[in-house]
Ligand binder design. Structure first.
Ligand SMILES: NC(=O)c1ccc[n+]([C@@H]2O[C@H](COP(=O)([O-])OP(=O)(O)OC[C@H]3O[C@@H](n4cnc5c(N)ncnc54)[C@H](O)[C@@H]3O)[C@@H](O)[C@H]2O)c1
Length: 446
């Protein structure tokens, strides 16, 4: 028998038990994907409400229908959850999907990975596979997880022989139905070649295509390249928008025309700034790692500078729009449309709308917001309810009452013709109105 034969056999016969640690936006869809593929899956989460929801057949993640959780948890009995880590002792594979936020100084906060690895280590069974899925800096799997799994074994345990360890970045795009975990190729990098083989065998049983790379560090870097690529290209589009504004050009027209080139160009679009849990956060993991090696990741820092300044640029556009009607921003009523970080999701984490609301208020504007998916904002020092919720005016009343309406998130449920018809002045940071073929004299674009 070669190392990994036993676990590979159990995976192939669907006898392997999969434990998913962290049942959030990443962990819950992953748990459902493996349970759907025929594995018994136990989830572990420190949040008792999430555990209770899964065991009751309810989903707290918009991309995962409650029916799927109910079918697998209550019907097939293949999905369960707990707040304790005892399930690890029974698991053939443990997939870590805990948060990796930034600290106040934009340094990585890897405390959740460390906490999860420390709980897993004493319970890990022989021959088991551990995979880190949380986005993190190159070297994390080897530097943070491996030493904890080896701790206390007095040199008896060997990775790639007695247990297997790999990194596999999560590529889920919240709100997206065409590319799911099951049909998006999965990059896998093991700490040893045997680790890559075992991890590829597991993911290959539930996911259409796996893309093995030579090491866990390479797999960690793949994720950071993907997200840095987006952050840097969005920054380029944002700077193009600022330069076009100076030149009196329509940036959207310029990008659309450039997109007619069949090769060597890929369109990215400007907007009010970056948002979400990933694109504004992940590149800083690489910045930090490179700083420890005495290298400055200039591209990432410049992109961050440009993207972070976009809400300020939107404030200038709102000031300019109000100025065209001889109104000052100070004292004006501004209605922000859409506060989620991207269309058709409810997630407001790191949303540029939050910065924008603060900046507008600092300039003396009276700010309200409407979002069909985010009825309230209770974060980043804000405590607001959406227009259209209890005690707030309906959108139809709020639009004409505002001196300026600012489109921040172009949810597909918005009726742009109605919005333009009822608004006195619109600043459109997403080009949503022109894209919908709606015309309006009082519409200012980014
Ligand atoms: N959300 C995305 O679109 C996305 C996409 C790709 C990668 N990622 C990465 O995946 C990771 C998880 O992100 P997420 O969006 O699922 O986060 P999340 O906050 O939605 O979920 C994380 C879960 O982990 C739980 N948790 C925290 N500490 C724990 C511990 N010690 N033990 C067990 N459970 C614990 C939390 O209670 C929470 O339910 C992050 O590294 C993130 O950068 C996220």
């Amino acid at each position: 028998m070669t190392p990994g034969d036993r676990i590979r056999g159990r995976i192939k016969r669907r006898e392997a038990v999969v434990c998913v640690v962290g049942l959030g936006y990443v962990g819950l869809p992953l748990a459902v994907t493996f349970a759907d593929a025929g594995f018994r899956v136990c989830g572990v989460d420190t949040d008792a409400a999430r555990v209770e929801a899964v065991n009751a057949g309810r989903s707290h993640v918009p991309d995962v229908p409650s029916e799927a959780v109910a079918r697998l948890a209550l019907g097939a009995g293949r999905l369960s959850a707990s707040t304790g880590f005892d399930a690890v002792a029974e698991a053939d594979a443990v997939l870590i999907c805990v948060p990796t936020p930034l600290g106040k100084t934009k340094d990585p906060d890897v405390s959740y990975i460390v906490a999860a690895a420390s709980e897993i280590a004493p319970r890990l069974r022989e021959d088991a596979l551990v995979v880190l899925e949380s986005t993190t800096y190159p070297g994390s799997t080897e530097e943070l997880v491996l030493p904890r799994l080896l701790e206390g074994s007095a040199g008896k345990l060997e990775v790639g022989r007695d247990f297997f360890l790999a990194f596999s970045p999560e590529r889920v795009d919240p709100g997206r139905a065409d590319w799911t975990i099951a049909n998006t190729p999965k990059v896998i990098g093991g700490v040893t070649a045997a680790c890559t083989e075992v991890a590829s065998c597991l993911y290959g049983a539930a996911i259409a295509e796996v893309a093995p790379v030579s090491s866990s560090r390479a797999a960690e870097m793949v994720k950071l390249l993907e997200n840095t690529f987006r952050a840097a290209n969005i920054a380029l589009a944002n700077e193009m928008a600022i330069m076009c504004a100076h030149l009196g050009l329509d940036v959207w027209e310029v990008i659309d025309a450039a997109s007619t080139k069949p090769f060597g160009f890929m369109p990215f679009y400007p907007g009010p700034g970056l948002g979400g849990h990933c694109i504004p956060v992940d590149p800083h993991y690489l910045v930090w790692k490179m700083r420890t090696l005495g290298y400055t990741a200039r591209f990432i820092q410049l992109a961050d500078e440009i993207n972070s300044a976009m809400p300020q640029h939107v404030v200038l556009e709102v000031t300019r729009a109000l100025g065209s009607e001889s109104k000052p921003l100070n004292g004006a009523s501004v209605l922000v449309l859409g506060v989620a970080y991207k269309p058709d999701v409810a997630d407001t984490r790191e949303s540029p709308a939050l910065d924008l609301i603060h900046l507008l208020r600092q300039q003396g504007a009276r700010v309200s917001y409407h979002d069909p998916l985010a009825p309230s904002i209770r974060e980043a020092g804000l405590d607001m309810a959406s227009v259209g919720t209890e005690g707030e005016p309906a959108l139809g009343e709020a639009l004409p009452a505002a001196d300026c309406v600012v489109i921040v998130t172009d949810h597909s449920s918005y009726d742009w013709a109605y919005i333009v018809e009822r608004s006195r002045l619109v600043v459109d940071t997403r080009n949503a109105i022109a894209r919908a073929g709606v015309e309006g004299a009082r519409v200012f674009k980014l």
